[in-house]
Structure formats: structure tokens, C-alpha cells
Design a protein around this ligand. Structure first.
Ligand code: ADP
Ligand code: MG
Length: 561
């Protein structure tokens, strides 16, 4: 088969490499976390494939990651006996960036290192982070189940190109050699490496081992033998007792499962026992991914069955409006050979989905107790949550409680419905809102005049999705919602008897005027009425109670209807 071949990196990879080396300079040690994370993923994949094909284990079923350190030479090797890669895999995975939307992401870069390094965080750095510390990376790998001579060697200096050539590799799996930069040789030091692993990779569920050479007393002469010392806990984090897990460990585990670079905002770890048994560890990220609104973007949880990794992005366990949640679910009841198809139509999954949804809602309720934290969440994911009432009818009131609005009292989207109810004056029975394109526009709307006069708060809704949202919310805490730009405005007890009388009287007296206006405007309107709505404007346009709102009309027009 082909000899050594030199290939160019995909353009995006070049950009990413350049950015990473400069932007992440102050946090170089994370390269080890990324490479160990990949080794662990590779072992997970093998374990999964071997459910159907046990022969993939060859003669080695103990999966592990091994590190070889040579501080003098400035070299570190990270070796796993996981799934490995063949030539095609290597070219596809180590030469391009698979994730869709990466080009978009790179377009958002500013050149400002601080900002860019937080952007890179939304993206996850991965394999290429090796070049933060190495001026050359060599990967030797052989895929499980393929012949020993089907191995591949990949070499790159992290500039424009890489080479691939066939090799013979007896053991399956991947071995990555980093030739450390002159100023990065510390990363081959045993003490340093142990520290980094404890900090970032303790949660990894398989042994991470360092070689230790021990003197063996022989009969005649001294011999030396290699022993392996496991330096992490080597238990999958979610299987451990909550009380034993430090916050730092939860955070690092999040970065591993979510391929994120930043800490999560919040998490919840639960063991469910009884009719169904499973453990869930769910996280709310701190930042929305750039593809949160791409329909085809990957979403969902990492699924394990009895600790065996089964699927990434299992979407069936949470509704779409909670697609930002990351984490793992480990079931004791599902069969090991479960597939996406089986997940799609399984009553057990439905009941897990409903329980997990409630779990997330209570997590959010918990988070909402801290207004500052919740504001971060709301800014990133509020729009997704607003899809909730339409998608999840059963929980719509609970979701409503988690929504935050702008109002005539607070410009920022911080007003909860509970806040609103607490501020209602005596006699107010309804929750009033007004929808428009922008805050400045709705704030100057004549519809608000009477509410200002009477000191009644009105929610101001200016997001694209708001009309859709409000068409699925009927009431909250027994109070119904009223769009103040629609239909007859009945303020109930908030209108005094005199005001009502005055309106009736004026309608009688101004009958001629009303008829003349009606005639002049003809078909363009359906009715002209005397109203108590206004205090200073002479007239206002009102939509009929059943008409499509302005936002919905625009959405439909844009869709060509
Ligand atoms: P991610 O881990 O988010 O997919 P990475 O940049 O870390 O992105 O890795 C890219 C891909 O390279 C992985 O998805 C995997 O297919 C492949 N890969 C990396 N390291 C290994 C490894 N040790 N064994 C097998 N495949 C690997
Ligand atoms: Mg990775």
C-alpha cells in the first residue's frame, strides 16, 4: 500500500492551531487533559464495539492509558489500548475539524487574545492542543480488529501539513509522542504530570498509569523490571458517592463529557432506585454553543448501560427546549445492545425522559435562587427555554415560573411572574403584557397610557419567539394573561364605576363621530370604539382578540405564506 504521503491541513485547522498556540499559552497543561480524554473515549468506543464482537479485545481486555516520560529528552508518550484508527480515520480526524459550524466559529474571532481564548472555550480544543507544548507530534495507531501491518504513523510540526505512512504495530490502539518545546520540558516531569492528572483527569473511569522502574534483586546480577503505577482513582465519577466527590472533580468531568473548556454553571447528580434504576449527572453549561439554534447540531446526553459507554448525543432523554443540558445517564435496565432505534420507541425511555425533565426544571429552580447566576443562564439559554411551554404542555406552568421578562418597571429581563404577582395592586386579576419589536418601541406605545396612570406593571416582550410563547401560556398561578394591544381591554375591578359610565356615555354621545371614522377607514379596520385606554394620545390601533400578531405575521411572511 501507499508509502509516506504528505497532506495539508484543512484551512480551519491551520487557523485553529495558530490561535490555540497563542491564545492558550497561559494554560498549557490542558493538552494532557485533552489527550487523556481522547484515550478514554477511544477505550469507551472499543468496549462498546466489543459487545457485539468480543474478538476485538484480541488478548487484552484490560483497558488503560499509559504515560512514558523522558524529561531529559523532553518527550512524553500517551498510549491507549482503545479502538485505534486506520489510515482513513487518521486523515479524517487528525487533519480536519469534523464539527459543523467551525468556519462560523472562526469568523467570530476578534484577534483580541483574551476574547478569543474564551471563544475557543465554547468550542473545545481537543487533539490539536498537543501543539501548545510540542513542536512535533507523532501518532502511531492501529485499529482494533485489523492486521498488525495496517498501522499508521502520523507526524506533524503543527504548521501547514502532516505526513502519514504505513507501519506495523502489534498492539491495537494509539500511541502519541510529543517532542516538547524547549520551554515546555517540565511537562515530561513525573511530579508535574501526576499533579496535572490529579487536577484534570482523576474522574476518568479507567486506569491512567505511569511507568516506574524498580530494582529487582536477582540471584546473580541486578535486573530491572517495569511496573505500572495507577495514579488516578479509575472509577467513573458518577458511580462514586456524592459526598466523596469534590466540586473540582465535577467541573473537570463536565469538561470531559461536554468537550467544553469552561466550568459549568450548575449540576445535579442523582441515583434513582426502584422500578427503574439509573444514575444521572446533568450539567448546565455557562455558555451557549454557537450552534444552539442549528437544527442538526448534536445534542443530548452520553448514555452508558451498566458503566459501558453506549452512545454519545442520546437525544431521547430530554425535550428539545432543554437541549443545552450536558451530562451522562447510566442505566441498569436497558439492554447492552440498545440502539438509537430502540431508544426511539421504548416506554422505559419515556418515563426516564419525564423524570429527567423534572430534574432539570428543579435544577433551574435551584439556580434561580441566585439572581446573578440565573442571569447568566437566562442570557445564554432563555430563548431556548421559551420554546418550552409549546413543546411540553404538562410542565408549562413550571416553565413559566422560570421565565424572566422586561417590564414597565425593569428594563433588564429579570422579572419573574412571581415578582409580578407580588407587585400587583389590590383588585388586579390578570397579568398584562405587550409584544413589540424593540423595547424603545413598546415603551412609547399608547397602549401603556392607562397602565401608567393606574400604576399597573406591564410585561414588555420583544423577542422573536414571544408571541409563540404567549400563545401557549394561558395562566400562571390562576391569573390569566392579557395582551393589552388586543380586543376590548377589560381592567375589571381596576376600572372604577365612574370610568365605565363615562365610557358608555361617551359612546352614546359620539356615535356620529364613530360612524364617520368607520366609514372613512372602511375595510382597513373592523371596528371603531371609545376606550379608556388612552390618556394623552387621541387614538390607537388595536388587534382583534383572535388576530395573528405582528411577530407571527412577519414570521409567516418570511416563510413565504
Ligand atoms: P473530540 O475528542 O472532541 O472528538 P479531538 O480533537 O480531541 O476532538 O479528537 C478528534 C478525533 O480524533 C476524535 O473524535 C477521534 O475520532 C480521533 N482520536 C483522537 N485521539 C484518539 C485516540 N487516542 N484513539 C482513537 N481516536 C482518536
Ligand atoms: Mg477530544
Amino acid at each position: 500500500q501507499a508509502e509516506k504521503q504528505t497532506l495539508g491541513f484543512q484551512t480551519e485547522v491551520k487557523q485553529l492551531l495558530h490561535l490555540m498556540v497563542h491564545a492558550l499559552y497561559s494554560n498549557r497543561e490542558i493538552f494532557l487533559r485533552e489527550l487523556i480524554s481522547n484515550a478514554s473515549d477511544a477505550c469507551d468506543k472499543l468496549r462498546f464495539e466489543a459487545i457485539k464482537k468480543p474478538e476485538l479485545f484480541e488478548d487484552q481486555s484490560d483497558l488503560r492509558v499509559r504515560l512514558y516520560l523522558n524529561e531529559e529528552q523532553g518527550e512524553i508518550i500517551i498510549e491507549d489500548n482503545g479502538i485505534g484508527m486506520n489510515r482513513e480515520d487518521v486523515i479524517a480526524h487528525l487533519g480536519t475539524i469534523a464539527r459543523s459550524g467551525t468556519a462560523d466559529f472562526l469568523k467570530n474571532l476578534t484577534g483580541d487574545q483574551k476574547k478569543d481564548s474564551s471563544l475557543i472555550g465554547q468550542f473545545g480544543v481537543g487533539f490539536y492542543s498537543a501543539f501548545i507544548v510540542a513542536d512535533e507530534v507523532q501518532v502511531e495507531t492501529r485499529k482494533a480488529g485489523e492486521a498488525a501491518d495496517q498501522g499508521v504513523r502520523w507526524i506533524s510540526q503543527g504548521e501547514g501539513e502532516f505526513s502519514v505512512e504505513p507501519i506495523t504495530k502489534a498492539e491495537r490502539g494509539t500511541r502519541i509522542l510529543l517532542k516538547l518545546k524547549e520551554d515546555a520540558k517540565e511537562f515530561a516531569g513525573s511530579w508535574r504530570v501526576r499533579n496535572i492528572i490529579q487536577k484534570y483527569s482523576d474522574h476518568i473511569g479507567l486506569p491512567i498509569q505511569i511507568e516506574k522502574t524498580v530494582e529487582v534483586e536477582g540471584e546473580e546480577e541486578q535486573a530491572s523490571a517495569t511496573e505500572w503505577e495507577t495514579i488516578n482513582k479509575a472509577n467513573a465519577l458518577w458511580t462514586r458517592a456524592k459526598s466523596e466527590i469534590k466540586d473540582e472533580e465535577y467541573k473537570e468531568f463536565y469538561k470531559h463529557v461536554a468537550h467544553d473548556f469552561q466550568d459549568p454553571l450548575h449540576w445535579s447528580h442523582n441515583k434513582v432506585e426502584g422500578k427503574q434504576e439509573y444514575t444521572s449527572l446533568l450539567y448546565i453549561p455557562q455558555r451557549a454553543p454557537f450552534d444552539l439554534y442549528h437544527r442538526e447540531a448534536p445534542r443530548g446526553l452520553k448514555l452508558y448501560v451498566q458503566r459501558v459507554f453506549i452512545l454519545d448525543n442520546a437525544e431521547q432523554f430530554l425535550p428539545l427546549y432543554l437541549r443545552f443540558i450536558k451530562g451522562v445517564i447510566d442505566s441498569s435496565d436497558l439492554p447492552l445492545n440498545v440502539s438509537r432505534e430502540i431508544l426511539q420507541q421504548n416506554p422505559m425511555i419515556d418515563s426516564m425522559k419525564s423524570a429527567l425533565t423534572k430534574r432539570v426544571l428543579s435544577m433551574l429552580e435551584q439556580l434561580a435562587k441566585d439572581a446573578d447566576q440565573y442571569a447568566i443562564f437566562w442570557k445564554e439559554f432563555g430563548q431556548a427555554l421559551k420554546e418550552g411551554p409549546a413543546e411540553d404542555f404538562a410542565n408549562r406552568e413550571r416553565i413559566a415560573g422560570l421565565l424572566r421578562f422586561s417590564s414597565t418597571q425593569e428594563t433588564a429581563q429579570t422579572v419573574s411572574l412571581a415578582d409580578y404577582l407580588a407587585r400587583m395592586p389590590e383588585g388586579q386579576q390578570k397579568i398584562y403584557y405587550l409584544i413589540g419589536d424593540s423595547l424603545s418601541q413598546v415603551k412609547s406605545s399608547p397602549h401603556l397610557e392607562v397602565f401608567r396612570k393606574k400604576g399597573i406593571e406591564v410585561l414588555l416582550l420583544t423577542d422573536r419567539i414571544d408571541e409563540w410563547l404567549m400563545s401557549h401560556l394561558n395562566e400562571f398561578d390562576g391569573k390569566s394573561f392579557v395582551d393589552i394591544a388586543r380586543g376590548d381591554l377589560d381592567l375589571g375591578e381596576l376600572d372604577s364605576a365612574e370610568e365605565k359610565q363615562a365610557q358608555e356615555k361617551a359612546t352614546e354621545e359620539k356615535k356620529d363621530l364613530l360612524e364617520r371614522v368607520q366609514k372613512a377607514l372602511g375595510e382597513r379596520i373592523s371596528e371603531v370604539k371609545i376606550s379608556t385606554r388612552l390618556t394623552s394620545s387621541p387614538a390607537v390601533l388595536v388587534m382583534g382578540a383572535g388576530d395573528l400578531g405582528v411577530q407571527m405575521r412577519k414570521i409567516l411572511e418570511a416563510a413565504g405564506q
